[in-house]
Design a protein. Sequence first.
Length: 631
Amino acid sequence: MDFPTYKDLVRDISTGKNLPDSIYVHESAVGAVPASLAGIVLKIADALKIPDDDWNILKFYKRDYKVAFLSYPGFEEDSYPALQHSYTVDLAKRSMRKAAYSSDNPPILHRKETFVSEDYPLREQFKVLTAEGEAIGLYENTRLIGFKKNWERLISNKGYYLDDKGHLQPKAEKSQPNNAIPIDSNFDGEIDRHKTAIDRNQLSQPMQILARHNYLNGDWSVLDYGCGKGDDLRELEAHGLDASGWDPVHEPEGLLVNSDIVNLGFVLNVIEDRDERIETLKRAWEYTDKLLIVSVMVAGDSVTEQFTPYKDGVITSRKTFQKYYAQSEFRSFVEKTLEGDAIAVGQGIFIIFKDKLEEQHFLLERQHVKRDWSQKTQRETKTRITSNEVLKKGIVEKHLDLFTDFWQTSLELGRIPANNEFEFTDQIRRVAGSHNKAHELMISHIGDKLFYEAQQKRKEDMLVYFALGLFDKRKPKTQMPDSLKRDIKAFYASYNDALEVARDALFSVGDPELIEKVCNEAYENLQCGEMVKGHSYIFHKDYLGDIPAELRIYIGCATQLYGDLEEIQLIKAHMTSAKVTLLGYKNWESDTPLLVERIKIKLREQDIDFFDYTEDFNPQPLMNKNVYLGA
């Protein structure tokens, strides 16, 4: 049997769990596998001495000429059985590789009824288990549920636990923990939502993020949906922004109008009814013309266990409800509800764009590293002028400020700017004739070395942009900003070529040896940071634009899950474990800044652990700060 025949037979399998790259079939349903395929697979198993009682599920690969024999010993008894070991057989080579999964975080199965035959005795029981999970939204994001710890964390975040029979039960029905904060004895199930609004003396986190991304510059109208006591609204109005706000408790007569930007800030997490949360998110989306920014509280079990469980959240001592989310859980909730891509910009804070061209502009700007070319330009100019006295008397010297501005724009873009990309285009064209001629004059004046370097840097920015788009599984663009079209034309043969190069780069960062190599390369080039050979490299975020593109993509995949790095100073790239750690310090400008937050991002699980050192902990001082500072 050759590979094309194998693929045709796999397509003919009529049962089992069918995924994009493979089909899983329980031993009870092997009869539904085409006889010729089943026969040769079982014969190869005999030849390779794979015991019949050492597997109970077959995995047929769709894109590779391979099949795997998987052992799930608790398939019948466990609601979500764990993989114990596997035998992966390369049918072309007739070779085998055995792998054991003895850790405390093995792969697990869901939807067991899809693996078995129609007449399997326990099939209906399996369907009941699946229905329980679907009812509380456990399957909203299938990327998060493949491993045991993620699955258990997700169940807990939904406000449930598994009883001794493997069924989902609300935490509220569990006995209250000894350290839970007591609520009033006369609690009658009525939530005091009006107590959730807080007083602020500065803009809220979501509004600060909008300001950092230049969305509060006066060009955009803003609706604060669920504005609480209106502190954000008053600040925006004081700065002359077109802003309105509404709140069901504190501002019920507020103006509800469609706006460029809608802020749904820390509202969903205080709504105890899940259906009402969904409806609130959809209503905010209806008022959105350009983008919606939505935020919730993020915390783990160490926080929620301090309170009394209620539905899928907790009741606080003030009789208010709080639903604490995990970062990945909230992203999944938003994306499923709004059927769009949610972009992480902070802890529990996401932006969803209704204007897709603006979304591309936002993502492009995120990867466009702002580099200071002025000092390098001065050095190159000085060298060229002293070696060529004639140029001192040329047209460039007569209009030096104008040509310098043009040159800086060219270096920033890595290409000759279009007419609408240079502020003084009329003046430069009047003096030089065109942008192309102005560029030629500058090359004569200063040489092409610096421009070539700028081209390479900007091409790397584009590579990172496309790779991270593929990582987020964003759909190919049918429309794109004019600036992006120009970039593609300047740096790639075509849009498809850019995607192909980015795809190769994205796949490459899954190789630990490559990550170690580019970490070493970054350390040698920067001559700063902390290198632990074979383990990790820690460096300051200001050098992100100077490290190899592959390392930028590796770290970018992590920050796509987390958000902006505004409060972060140091980045730790783990070389072998597919993790990135972000370190935030208080008083970074001091000699010994204090560690106040650590965020560990696990790329394989696409999950995040947050560690806060500001309350019951003594923040750790950074004693070797000078190691992270360049010359």
